[in-house]
Write a protein that binds this ligand. Structure first.
Ligand code: 5GP
Ligand code: MG
Length: 192
């Protein structure tokens, strides 16, 4: 069904286990932040999780169900890999950022950290709204030369500098529903 998968890096079970431990780290940090403000995890309107669409949707769906607290979601879409390209072409917003982030505890989640441009852009724009806290998380951290230096608080797995698909990550719009994290066969990527 997915003939262009070359090899699997992480299976469903490995992903599920890592998502749980990442979520545990987030809960510890968020509870500490809320306590500092004199709030608890049951108080409304304090925590906002921001998935960078579309790649983060599966990761975020799994993470938020492991966060036992009141939270809301605020979506943003950032585009950097249009169509068949496999190298970043510079990040730009494809949607408006939510405008209610001031004073809130924010965690921005993305599928993968590559050049760093996407998360650096989102972080910079959110910081302008003066959130109470702002943290970044990714499922995958690609071991490559960053063009932008950005600190990420939560990392699922570090991976080699290869183009991966599955678990939300696409190639040309496809493979997001592939349930494991895998390297795409080079033959599937058109030479240019
Ligand atoms: P950055 O802005 O850090 O270069 O790239 C982040 C974005 O590029 C991610 O949100 C993701 O959409 C895309 N990206 C980077 N590396 C890969 C990869 O190996 N596979 C896929 N499918 N997307 C990637
Ligand atoms: Mg993306």
């Amino acid at each position: 069904m997915f003939p262009e998968i070359q090899r699997v890096l992480y299976t469903r079970d490995q992903i599920a286990e890592r998502v749980r431990t990442l979520a545990d780290e987030m809960v510890i940090d968020l509870k500490a932040d809320l306590a500092k403000d004199g709030h608890t995890e049951l108080d409304e309107d304090r925590v906002i999780i921001i998935p960078i669409m579309t790649g983060a949707m599966i990761f975020v769906a799994d993470v938020v169900r492991e966060l036992p607290m009141k939270l809301s979601l605020g979506l943003v879409a950032v585009s950097s890999y249009p169509g068949e390209s496999v190298r970043s072409k510079g990040a730009h917003f494809a949607t408006e950022l939510p405008t209610n982030l001031g004073g809130k505890h924010i965690i921005v989640l993305d599928d993968i950290l590559d050049s760093g441009q996407t998360l650096a852009l989102v972080k910079e724009m959110i910081a302008k709204q003066n959130p109470a806290s702002l943290r970044l998380g990714v499922m995958l951290d690609k071991q490559t030369d960053r063009t932008v230096d950005v600190h990420v608080d939560y990392v699922g797995f570090e991976i080699p500098d290869e183009f991966v698909v599955g678990y939300g990550l696409d190639y040309n719009g496809y493979y997001r529903n592939y349930p494991q994290i895998a390297v795409l066969d080079q033959s599937a990527i058109p030479k240019r």
